[in-house]
Design a protein around this ligand. Sequence first.
Ligand code: NAD
Length: 247
Amino acid sequence: MNNSLYSKAANIIKNSKYLVAFTGAGISVESGIPPFRGENGIWNKYDPKIFDIDYYVSNPQAALELRNVFYDVIAKAKPNKAHIALAELEKMDILKAVITQNIDNLHFLAGNKEVVEFHGNTRYFICMKCGKKYDVARVEITEQPPICEECGGLLKPDFVFFGEPIPSEAYTKAFSYAKRSDVMLVIGTTGIVYPAAMIPTEAKSAGATIIEVNLEPSEYTTQGITDIFLQGKATEVMTNLLAEIKK
Ligand code: NAD
């Protein structure tokens, strides 16, 4: 651990006026949820088409496939020390909001209140015809497609599939937080999934300092968007950083 880098990052965070966090799949890896890419990534085992909206609509077993890949794992996952550190920073009134690309609910479970779920979530299914929302516990996922009890439309998970737009409220909120932030803490994201990837870039253009946590350099590190790069596992880096902030 590079002590001077940590104390520099901690001082910037302590003196910030509007700290915003931007998180990706990497923050949840130590909670047992695999990321898409990399060594143990989902893409190594499953075809990315299962997250494609056209495939979902035309394949009756698609919901069942998603349950096996994602829902069973997410249901068991608990927030880790990195999620909890962010919740603590919000309680200390240092962190103003979390913008997450994740759909796993772990920021809410950790205790964060202001969370923008840029790619939706796995808590609900939504009817593609009438928009009625169903708690995931109420939806029976079998080899038959789940159907809306009101209108008979197809129910889909309430997260953003490839080929779908970002929900407009989440989009607007995320970019307005990015513009407002004076420091952005970017944790566990490759920075290649668009338009989410533009959020730290937007913050940087508006004058924010970018502090990044990742196991390895990301697009932000290599493109010079990142000002301070804290390399390592999210839980370890965030534990050390929080301790430094509290000093
Ligand atoms: P990604 O899968 O493309 O990349 C994960 C990033 O996390 C990499 O940069 C990797 O180096 C880093 N990482 C891995 N383990 C880490 C650790 N222990 N500590 C710190 N960093 C670590 O993820 P992405 O860029 O977020 O994009 C994938 C998209 O897939 C997201 O937008 C999200 O919607 C979705 N996704 C969500 C979940 C989830 O909800 N937990 C999981 C997988 C994918």
